[in-house]
Design a protein around this ligand. Structure first.
Ligand code: HEC
Ligand code: HEC
Length: 269
């Protein structure tokens, strides 16, 4: 195992080196310019390349990166350890994990929450101030333009208002969750990844409650929404194995735990 990991690391370092050199060459830069500005890593080097060219394809690529690693790539606007990808799986492409496919062309649309017609940008802001427990992005800034370009790119083959069949979450019956039963499910089937204190593990396994989780204004902060998400998508190793009642129970348990509050200044989103 140890030697396998060592070998793996060596391959990784080698891959990074090759990527860094080829990025620098593609930009016609002296080797090292990217690394002076951006520390190390192929992701950072290619972000530099994206900023330098700024074509639509570059914006799409940057948007995907932000979607995947939001706390790293949009740091000033994120207040927790969740990425868009933590809830919109595989960069927004999994049916019934609220995919982004076909979504762009359904905006502008009326929002029950905001009680007005909102744009795709408004919808992205909602997830920033609520699900990311962060703050709104500059309307025409680099991050917003990149996210819109990425989400647009997933709608290319969808004519206006033609909804993707896996849009949103699955429909669940209106059940009542029992948090005591839910606690047993959480401890035996969820805590291994999301932590016994709901805190998650590192950047890969996201928190489900506490300071680093979504705030109380988020869509996921409703027992029914979380149950619909969980029944289809969790536990990650065996999705679809919980009954609707079990999904309500475990969601009801998670909802007994503390989480950040929505900043009232951002409630208009
Ligand atoms: C904590 C989970 C969570 C995180 C993190 C999150 N979202 Fe969401 N998002 C949701 C939920 C839940 C919905 C609503 C799904 C539903 O009710 O159909 C949603 C809906 C959306 C929609 C509208 C989808 C539709 O079908 O109309 C967009 C666009 C969106 N999110 C973008 C983002 C972006 C961009 C990020 C990252 C900056 C993000 N979300 C982060 C949970 C999350
Ligand atoms: C094998 C690890 C694993 C197990 C077990 C697991 N999850 Fe997850 N869960 C994840 C990962 C990973 C994500 C984020 C998806 C991604 O990054 O690809 C996630 C995302 C979530 C989210 C949305 C993001 C957030 O942090 O709020 C919720 C809610 C959730 N899981 C609840 C549960 C529940 C409830 C259970 C138990 C029934 C469970 N999970 C079991 C790995 C796991």
């Amino acid at each position: 195992m140890a030697s396998y990991m060592k070998l793996n690391r060596r391959i990784w370092v080698w891959t990074l080196a090759v990527l860094a050199v080829s990025c620098a060459a593609a930009l016609g830069l002296r080797a090292g310019t990217d690394s002076e500005k951006n520390s190390v890593g192929s992701a950072k080097a290619s972000a530099g390349k994206i900023a330098a060219k700024n074509t639509n394809a570059d914006r799409v690529a940057l948007g995907k990166q932000i979607f995947h690693s939001t706390p790293d790539e949009a740091k000033p606007y994120v207040g927790n350890r969740l990425s868009c990808n933590s809830c919109h799986f595989k960069d927004g492409t999994v049916p019934h994990a609220s995919p982004m496919i076909g979504v762009a062309k359904t905006f502008p649309q009326f929002s029950e929450r905001a009680k007005r017609t909102i744009t795709l940008k408004d919808r992205i802001q909602e997830c920033f101030v609520r699900s990311e427990n962060g703050r709104p992005l500059p309307e025409n800034g680099r991050e917003m333009m990149a996210l819109v370009a990425y989400i647009d790119s997933l709608s290319t083959n969808y004519p206006a208002a033609n909804e993707h069949s896996g849009r949103g979450l699955v429909k669940v019956p209106a059940l009542k969750g029992n948090p005591l039963r839910g606690e047993k499910i959480y401890l035996s089937q969820c805590a291994v990844c999301h932590g016994f204190a709901g805190e998650g593990v590192g950047p890969m396994l996201p928190p489900v409650w506490g300071d680093e989780s979504f705030n109380d204004g988020a869509g996921m902060n409703k027992v029914e929404k979380m149950a619909a998400f969980v029944v289809k998508n969790m536990p990650q190793t065996n999705p679809g194995s919980l009954t609707a009642q079990e999904a309500f129970d475990v969601s009801a348990y998670i909802h007994t735990k503390p989480r950040p509050k929505l900043n009232p200044q951002y409630a208009k989103y």
